[in-house]
Design a protein around this ligand. Structure first.
Ligand SMILES: Nc1ncnc2c1ncn2[C@@H]1O[C@H](COP(=O)(O)OP(=O)(O)OP(=O)(O)O)[C@@H](O)[C@H]1O
Ligand SMILES: [Mg+2]
Length: 56
């Protein structure tokens, strides 16, 4: 059964191109395999995370 409380995970690093988006996508996917409901929010104008997640 799902916990009622949500957990917010932020992946932050001032440096560009260090794997922030990659970590978000893979962590999000890994949590779904543990039966967790996941919402990934992509606020980056590059939309890299959205593009990665929309690939099927
Ligand atoms: N663990 C890793 N090993 C090798 N390459 C990686 C790893 N993690 C990410 N990369 C590669 O590094 C590049 C940058 O990754 P990513 O786009 O996730 O970084 P970012 O921190 O989100 O960048 P930005 O600051 O531009 O948003 C991508 O080409 C990705 O495939
Ligand atoms: Mg990124």
């Amino acid at each position: 059964m799902q916990d009622k409380k949500g957990v917010i995970v932020a992946v932050v690093n001032n440096k560009g191109g260090v794997g922030k988006s990659t970590i978000c996508v893979n962590l999000g996917y890994a949590l779904t395999t543990l039966d967790r409901r996941v919402l990934v929010v992509d606020l980056d104008s590059q939309c890299n995370t959205s593009k990665l997640l929309m690939k099927t």
